[in-house]
Each structure stands twice: as C-alpha cells, then as structure tokens.
Design a protein around this ligand. Structure first.
Ligand SMILES: [Zn+2]
Length: 77
C-alpha cells in the first residue's frame, strides 16, 4: 500500500552544508519531515528552503565588500 506518497525532493542537509559537509537529507514519510543521518537535523521542506536563503544571504554580502584592489588607488608601476 503506497498510495498518496508525497513526492520527495532531494535536499542537502543545511546544517551539514554550513559546515561544508555535503550530505543528502532523507525523508520520513511517517513524520512527514526531512532528517539528516549525520547531525540529527530534522525539518520541513519550507524550513530547509528558509535555511538555504539564510546561507545565501550570508554569502552574498561578501560579494559587495570592496576588494582591496578597488580601494587601493596607488598602483606601483
Ligand atoms: Zn546534517
């Protein structure tokens, strides 16, 4: 009896990903949430997606920090 099985998307564990460990979450059909076998993270899909956004927002601001070459006007020739 496998009726009404929710389709499961593959997600990386955000907790592990933050520590640069690349591991996929598993889906618990009984609890209807994703879980990580490595760090015991559990979360709903929307929580995982929110976590991804936080990770992105933490990384993108670094793109707007001026590179030392941009602030240093003096070029030694
Ligand atoms: Zn994990």
């Amino acid at each position: 009896m496998h009726e009404n099985r929710k389709s499961v998307n593959p997600y990386r564990c955000p907790e592990c990903f933050a520590k640069e460990i690349d591991i996929m979450l598993r889906y618990d059909h009984k609890e209807e949430e994703y879980y990580c076998q490595k760090c015991c993270y559990t979360g709903l899909e929307e929580e995982i997606l929110r976590f991804y956004e936080v990770l992105q927002n933490q990384k993108y601001p670094l793109m707007f920090v001026p590179h030392p070459w941009q602030t240093e006007k003096k070029i030694d020739e």
